[in-house]
Design a protein around this ligand. Sequence first.
Ligand code: TRH
Length: 376
Amino acid sequence: MAKWDIFCSVVDNYGDIGVTWRLARQLAGEHGHAVRLWVDELAAFVRLCPEASATAERQQLSGVELCRWPTIWPAVEPAEVVIEAFACHLPPAYIEAMAASTARRLWLNLEYLSAEDWVAGCHGLPSPQAGGLRKFFFFPGFVDGTGGLLREGDLLARRRAFQADSAAQQAFLQRLGVTRQAHARLISLFAYENPGLAGWLQALADDPQASQLLVPQGRILGDLQAWLGDGDLAPGDRRQRGNLQVQVLPFMAQDDYDRLLWCCDLNAVRGEDSFVRAQWAGRPLLWHIYRQEEGAHWDKLEAFLALYGAGLSPAAAEALGGFWRGWNAGAGTAEAWLALPQVWQELHEHAERWCMDQAARPDLATALEQFYRNWL
Ligand code: TRH
């Protein structure tokens, strides 16, 4: 058992806190470490974990000591393993304490997820820091030589049991106020603002197969309202357009969001954490990637499509790629959607296969643990 400090600065959105919270829980629960998670914005955290307090300086949750990252840093004994998530800046006094300590401290920067080729070459590299310290770059990833993906030990067993239990799914959806329509494809939608939404929704409304779209509250609601020609939509509101039923859901606790992904036939996800969770759901997904300066996100998108599409027939890879590119360009989504039904069965089977292939690799928390042991 070692002491770990994880630092998370909430830049915007929920990905940073979503990832660090999962990691902290897993390091504590599965690896038996004493984990402190330092978060500078508890309000964002409470949305993922509603039982948490938004004001407590320190609280114990799921075996993790959740600490508010205060502006005036208190004297704190550094942990044995220190993770700064996504290049956030550790408090200078904390770094000084690490440098002054006689004991060695492993300092890691947990990076963003990318399927790009260069990642394996940079994973685990050290970078010299002031005070004689070294910081190591730790990259999650999809291939050998990277740090893997976050995946709890029992995740896939829980997911499969839930997907095999239609009563449990029905009870869960009912709790969200959702009644599943017979024969309709169930789709979840979590995305940034996207001008391509209207085209896709129109294609769904005109589709011979019925669709039921579940939309947790968030940034896409404005585009949804514009397409519906409707005013302020609130959780629980339902609208029918052609063969498409749309329902707004509340933003839910992180574990419930997982269950929602497990229930759906297609999950539109975004960023990093929901993107990975949709892969563990074993169902086809649509990724809205986080936009970066100078279009750097397109390389990331293409790199993932190349990996994911490698196991698909050319027709299915092209249909999926076309839809993802249209969605991220915010244009051409209606035409791109029309190519999908022909390859749907293949995409469905591939999603489970991809999930299994990824699950055969060490998960990120285990890879971190291993990295620490090798460093000792
Ligand atoms: O919120 P995001 O857009 O976060 C992004 C990305 O992580 C991106 O890489 C990063 O650079 C940027 O923030 C700053 O998307 P992401 O990563 O999917 O995180 C969303 C989290 O919210 C995830 O943990 C799932 C959770 N969630 C819920 O708990 N309940 C919900 O109802 C929904 C829709 C999401």
